[in-house]
Design a protein around this ligand. Sequence first.
Ligand code: GDP
Length: 180
Amino acid sequence: VPEIALVGRSNVGKSSLINCLTNRNKLARTSSTPGKTATINFYQIQKDRYRIVDLPGYGYAKVSKAEQEKWSAMIDTYLSKRYNLVQVIQLVDARHAPSKDDITMADWIRHYNFNTIVVATKIDKLKKSQIDKNLTEIYNDLQMDNNSILIPFSAEKRTGRNDLIALFDEILSNYSISEK
Ligand code: GDP
């Protein structure tokens, strides 16, 4: 089964996005214990047509070095060895400039040869006049280019939900073509 993985800083809105996409309220947990390396969770979509993979969040301020290393090893194993992983999608909070960790993660995703796809979350929290400026900052800081995709999103207002679903469909149809 093809897998689409989501990754982002803790609290970026990943669980809310998964719940919004799947129309469920309590499927994905919407908080976890800071400082603990969580596990990778898999969500079956459309009777297992594909899976959304919830990678544990990065960037807790107080995470120990050992926990950070555990996280990196787990992510590296998953990203480098998963033959059915078709795309990694990075989530960043639309309100803030990308953190150092966000920038490192974007580089890492490119290093594994995935096209850069970024979802800017919590877009409803921005004033209309702020949106373009913040999206441009994300685009530049994460070194996105013409092949990259940046989707403004709000789980609260369901902004960008249809764009994301269309994108998933495109990714999955490319995958099934390459399988044949
Ligand atoms: P996760 O740690 O990445 O899974 O983040 P969560 O989905 O648990 O969200 C973290 C916090 O941000 C929660 O308090 C959510 O209610 C809030 N949040 C998530 N998405 C949105 C959004 O689109 N709009 C607003 N206003 N708040 C959001």
